[in-house]
Ligand binder design. Structure first.
Ligand SMILES: C[S@@+](CC[C@H](N)C(=O)[O-])C[C@H]1O[C@@H](n2cnc3c(N)ncnc32)[C@H](O)[C@@H]1O
Length: 235
């Protein structure tokens, strides 16, 4: 795996941190026509409710926590959330959101780390969550990534992931020089970056995780815009 791909992906998210929430709000370059916007809002609500329903009451590890959209939901029920991200700009926004929410301080703690060279505390999590991260894991690093998840997860613990459903659309301008598993992304100021982006179908994700020793219940939200997976160890 070329380290420059991982480094560029981190750099992209560092630079994008201040505009990241446009994706959720569907503003700016992520704006949708009215019919798709109502479908997106319904699917986003459905995904959030699924995460809230999953969220275990104990210690949760959140990987690639970003600006804290999910961190907030997780911290409502978890006794602790350990939130990891490589971008300090993302972590700063996550902290700010946490304090603005008025949630008890101390329940969420943060760690800046590159997940591809990071080792979790063994058996430290009752649940592991990642939103819009799995699609950025290169195929070559997938087995190692899931091994890391397995190290962190306590026996009987569960994993949940939320991600893009498999419909590459107009929200990112694909560059034909890039293979299907990469995308070119453009920031508001026009700077362009390459990221790994793999649109997993529910079936493909289930098969792939089964081969890695995980049992997954996978589905997409009602309008097919978001992929959801509940995952447990199968061996
Ligand atoms: C698509 S965003 C998802 C953020 C958040 N989970 C959400 O759903 O709103 C991807 C996140 O992965 C982080 N990231 C990118 N490369 C990383 C790496 N190698 N290690 C850890 N975090 C990384 C970025 O900083 C960014 O916060």
């Amino acid at each position: 795996m070329d380290d420059r791909v991982i480094a560029e992906q981190i750099d992209y998210y560092r630079q994008r941190a201040g505009e990241y929430d446009d994706f959720w709000a569907r503003s700016g370059q992520y704006a949708l026509p009215p019919d798709q916007l109502s479908a997106w809002r319904a699917d986003a609500r459905e995904a959030m409710e699924a995460v809230q329903a999953w969220a275990p009451g104990g210690d949760v590890l959140e990987l690639a926590c970003g600006t804290g959209l999910w961190t907030q939901a997780l911290s409502a029920t978890a006794s602790s959330v350990h939130a990891v991200d490589a971008a300090p700009e993302m972590i700063a926004l996550n902290v700010a959101r946490h304090y603005r929410s008025g949630a008890p301080s101390g329940r969420v703690n943060y760690e800046r780390a590159d997940l591809f060279s990071w080792a979790p505390v063994r058996d430290s999590a009752d649940g592991v969550f990642f939103g819009y991260w799995h699609s950025h894991v290169p195929d070559e690093l997938l087995a190692a990534f899931w091994h890391t998840v397995g190290v962190a997860l306590r026996p009987g613990g569960t994993v949940m992931l939320v991600d893009s459903a498999p419909r590459p659309d107009a929200e990112h301008d694909d560059d034909s020089a890039f293979a299907a598993r990469h995308e070119r992304r453009t920031l508001r100021d026009g700077r362009r970056y390459g990221v790994v982006k793999r649109y997993w179908s529910p079936e493909r994700l289930q098969e792939t995780l089964a081969a890695l020793g995980w049992g997954a219940r996978t589905r997409t939200t009602t309008h097919g815009m978001i992929l959801l997976a509940d995952v447990t160890r199968s061996r």
